[in-house]
Design a protein around this ligand. Structure first.
Ligand SMILES: C[S@@+](CC[C@H](N)C(=O)[O-])C[C@H]1O[C@@H](n2cnc3c(N)ncnc32)[C@H](O)[C@@H]1O
Length: 246
């Protein structure tokens, strides 16, 4: 990527196109009631008590935003891709929820103070995650990142990821996305090949956040695994974790 604006434009195009099918993947929008319940409990545990003001960065179709709004929080959803936010607005309306949406890059949070900044699966696609994490310190006192172990992992997770890919091919399960990032773009992203918890926490701490803690979301991982058919259930899902800071 020659210029950071080119990267953002390419990323925005990708997600605007992905919006039509993004919610079809259970990992993006779980349909299983037990998985939904566990996520709701996880948010209740990690977010401040409702009604808090929540800024969801890279909110996409609104998995976190909708869960937080359901719990009684006041939610602002920030995202680069208008088509993703359009989906979020439609889903919110279908449930009678209100979520304020803002189109823009994650490192430029909307003005005002929030009780907490949250994100899920945004870090990997940020050209400068440290800059975004630094900007969020000016927007809120608390941070909760929801991430998944993938990419640069140990041999066990690498082997399980390979098995998952084989099972998907065998079953003919469509990809979770309409396409792939261009290889040069992915290589230019600091977390573009994985979000190892230790590297995420180091980046959070380097951005000035204090009391950085990794919380393993074992209940979510377990519920997602139970929702799988056999033989996928035996292989399991990639572990979910949160990083909290304040
Ligand atoms: C993998 S999706 C995650 C969506 C949602 N958080 C979820 O958990 O389902 C990544 C989202 O980040 C958004 N995004 C990517 N780069 C961004 C940036 N620099 N600033 C704001 N949003 C961005 C994309 O448009 C997309 O909606």
């Amino acid at each position: 990527m020659d210029h950071p604006d080119d990267a953002l434009a390419e990323i925005r195009r990708f997600w605007d196109e992905d919006a039509a099918t993004y919610d079809n993947a259970p990992g993006h929008r779980p349909r299983d009631p037990a998985v939904q319940r566990v996520w709701a409990g996880t948010l209740a545990r990690l977010l401040p008590p409702p009604p808090a003001s929540v800024l969801d960065c890279g909110a996409g179709t609104g998995f976190l935003s909708l869960a937080a709004a359901r719990a009684g929080h006041r939610v602002t959803a920030l995202d680069l891709a208008p088509a993703m936010l359009q989906r979020l607005t439609e889903s919110a309306a279908a449930e009678g929820l209100h979520v304020t949406t803002v189109v823009g890059p994650a490192d430029q949070p909307p003005p005002g103070r929030f009780d907490v900044v949250v994100e899920r699966h945004l870090l990997w696609t940020l050209p400068d995650p440290g800059a975004a994490l630094g900007a969020w310190r000016g927007a809120a006192d608390r941070l909760v990142l929801f991430e998944t172990v993938w990419g640069r992992t140990g041999p066990l997770e690498t082997a399980r990821a390979r098995l998952r890919r084989r099972l998907r091919q065998w079953r003919g399960t469509p990809s979770d996305h309409h396409g792939e990032y261009d290889e040069a773009l992915r290589r230019s992203l600091p977390f573009g090949t994985g979000t190892p918890p230790a590297e995420v926490t180091a980046t959070v701490a380097a951005a000035g956040w204090k009391a950085t803690t990794v919380v393993w979301l074992k209940e979510v991982t377990r519920a997602e695994r139970r929702a799988l058919p056999l033989p996928e259930r035996l292989v399991g899902v990639p572990p979910r974790f949160a990083v909290t800071a304040g």
